[in-house]
Write a protein that binds this ligand. Structure first.
Ligand code: HEC
Ligand code: HEC
Ligand code: HEC
Ligand code: HEC
Ligand code: HEC
Length: 487
């Protein structure tokens, strides 16, 4: 070691192997990529240590692009070295000149240098790839990175009971195999967005969704339900007084282990398997249903117009949560319902004359863009009261402004022209009033060989305690309505 007289010579000798080995344009490019991305990474550490990045584009840069450049650089350095090695050998030179022997100082130095830099690089790459993976699983990335594409689902999600459940909890779920599958299909999705080949609206049902019974049941499981649940639906008529009525249903949620009773037990109780064939992609037309019950064997129901030779070729699906709860979180609304909901909650005051009718009309009108709708809806509501009810316009100005804001918000969370998502684009299978839903099967027209039908009896799934009544007696009895007026 006393061959070296100054630190400069020492450093030179230590660096010489890499200088020699990387003295070609490929490796040099690699070195530049690795060092510049490492420096960038170092300076971005304070930002990336924050738990969740708010800006999706910064996230893509920090957690996807920078690590990719870093690893790419690492890969091409040895490529260049190999290329250089081949070139020198073709020229008849001995590229390294090293006898392969641990006593050779140059070789020792090379091994130590490569070892030390590899440790540093692995640390950087490890931290970066861990960050990349957690970032790709974040709600920010799923919901906002491809801004236009996911806007409808992300918006509806924020307005749902699952707004604190991450996208991947339902779409991927725990475990390595679905993780890998989702990352592979994710690569395809990134290309579809990059080359603008994705479909608008994004088609539903989603085929590569992990089976619901594996994801939903990590938080909800059918045996857990059991109690009945009271459901009160408020409606407002389109008259001047916005007359309010209530429907009261006692939902037979059901659960149980023995395959019934109740909604969940009947379809998903222990040992119960329901399979069905669907004639269309959206699973709206169901000509064949088969139910297997423990102890009761198998029964098959055929729709009235079903032709056995056609059914043979149809796809068959086993019923799970998604066949009823297909919109547990991307709950798009219909105009009437959204307005009823806002009126019941007080965001749109029922004291404004004809507000239900005006609100629904304005929501259903066609607007060239979301920006245009956000301008024209409030203006039109103001104009309606200014022209037709000047006194109301004077006295209830604040209520009109509030209603206009609520109305605009409803429009903006349901209509996305760029993705061709509008009222009713995505059917909801829960219920039977807005979409076929339960009545796809429960229509008294699916008949078994022994003459049984899938029931449409109004008190099977729910007890109808009141239907569109101004002041249902049942609510008075329960103390939920006073003085004959619905609260
Ligand atoms: C509570 C579970 C759950 C969560 C959380 C969730 N999704 Fe979904 N998602 C679903 C279900 C269920 C479907 C519909 C599947 C079907 O109809 O086949 C769906 C469908 C979709 C679709 C297809 C288009 C459509 O509306 O049917 C997209 C896109 C989507 N989700 C994106 C997201 C994004 C982005 C997030 C996070 C912001 C997210 N999802 C969070 C359950 C969930
Ligand atoms: C990570 C946990 C988690 C997962 C996974 C999950 N949920 Fe939920 N779910 C919740 C929470 C939390 C609530 C809100 C409960 C509340 O508001 O009382 C909820 C609420 C619901 C509700 C509404 C209940 C109500 O009172 O309106 C339904 C229906 C539901 N989930 C169905 C599903 C379905 C279907 C899936 C699978 C696609 C699913 N959930 C996946 C945690 C989860
Ligand atoms: C046959 C249709 C159907 C299937 C299948 C189904 N559900 Fe439900 N579920 C319903 C209906 C209907 C309700 C009541 C909705 C209401 O009250 O508005 C409900 C209510 C719920 C609730 C709220 C329970 C409560 O007590 O308030 C949760 C959570 C839920 N379901 C989760 C699931 C999960 C998870 C699965 C799959 C294991 C599943 N459901 C399968 C129809 C179904
Ligand atoms: C894919 C077809 C299909 C759909 C969709 C469907 N069901 Fe069913 N349902 C069945 C079959 C099959 C049975 C069992 C009939 C039998 O007993 O042979 C059943 C039974 C039931 C029962 C028990 C009936 C009884 O006599 O005790 C209830 C309650 C029920 N369903 C509620 C619902 C609700 C609520 C929905 C919508 C959210 C729904 N079902 C959607 C196929 C379906
Ligand atoms: C197969 C099960 C099933 C049968 C049979 C059934 N319903 Fe329903 N019904 C539901 C479900 C599920 C909902 C939705 C609850 C919700 O909104 O979450 C519902 C909702 C309703 C509503 C509330 C509608 C609204 O505007 O929100 C009314 C009213 C109603 N049903 C009446 C009836 C009548 C009348 C019959 C008999 C012809 C009937 N139902 C048969 C399952 C059923």
């Amino acid at each position: 070691m006393n061959r070296f007289h100054s630190w400069r010579e020492k450093a030179g000798a230590w660096l010489s192997p890499i200088v020699h080995l990387s003295n070609n344009w490929i490796s040099l490019t690699g070195v530049v990529l690795v060092t510049s991305s490492a420096v960038f990474w170092l300076f971005s550490l304070p930002i990336s240590m924050r738990r969740e990045l708010d800006n999706p584009y910064l996230g893509i840069l920090l957690f996807l692009v920078v690590p990719a450049v870093f690893v790419g650089g690492l890969l091409i350095i040895p490529l260049g070295i190999y290329w250089e090695f081949r070139r020198e050998r073709r020229r008849g030179q001995n590229p390294t000149g090293l006898p392969l022997n641990w006593r050779n100082v140059d070789l020792r130095r090379l091994v130590i240098f490569v070892g030390a830099t590899t440790v540093v690089n692995v640390l950087i790459a490890g931290q970066a790839s861990y960050k990349a993976v957690t970032y790709m699983d974040s709600v920010t990335f799923c919901g906002q990175a491809c801004h236009t594409v996911m806007a409808p689902e992300f918006t509806a999600y924020q307005n749902s009971p699952h707004s604190r459940v991450s996208c991947v909890a339902c779409h991927i779920g725990p475990g390595a195999s679905w993780f890998v599958r989702s990352k592979l299909s994710g690569v395809g999705q990134v290309f579809a967005v990059a080359f603008n080949t994705y479909s608008r609206p994004i088609p539903t049902p989603v085929h590569n969704l992990r089976p619901a019974r594996e994801t939903c049941e990590t938080c909800h499981w059918p045996q857990k339900f059991g109690a009945d649940r009271l459901r009160i639906v408020d409606k407002f008529a389109e008259d001047e007084a916005n007359s309010r009525t209530k429907t009261v249903l006692l939902m037979r949620i059901g659960g149980g282990r023995k395959g019934g009773p109740g909604i969940h037990g009947a379809h998903l109780g222990e040992g119960v398997v329901i399979r069905y064939a669907h004639a269309d992609e959206a699973r709206q037309t169901i000509p064949w249903v088969e139910v297997t019950r423990p102890g009761a064997g198998v029964r098959t129901y055929l729709a009235a117009d079903a032709k056995p030779e056609q059914i043979k070729n149809l796809p068959i699906r086993t019923m799970d949560c998604m066949d009823c709860h297909n919109r547990p979180t991307h709950t798009f609304e219909l105009p009437e319902r959204a307005v009823d909901h806002a009126m019941a909650g007080g965001d749109i005051s029922p004291s404004l004359p004809f507000v239900k009718r005006q609100a629904v009309t304005l929501l259903k009108a066609a607007y060239p863009s979301r920006e245009d709708a956000a301008r024209r809806i409030p203006a039109a509501l103001h104009a309606f009261y200014r022209e037709n009810y000047p006194a109301v316009y004077q006295q209830q100005r604040l209520e009109i402004e509030r209603a206009a804001r609520a109305l605009t918000a409803i429009y903006l969370r349901n209509v996305f022209p760029e993705m061709r998502v509008t009222w009713g684009t995505y059917p909801n299978h829960i219920g039977h009033t807005d979409f076929p839903g339960c009545f796809r099967c429960h229509d008294e027209a699916h008949t078994s060989a022994d003459g049984k039908t899938i029931t449409q009896d109004c008190n099977t799934c729910h007890q109808v305690l009141a239907m569109d009544e101004p002041a249902p007696k049942i609510l008075t009895d329960l103390g939920l309505v006073t003085n004959g007026a619905a609260k």
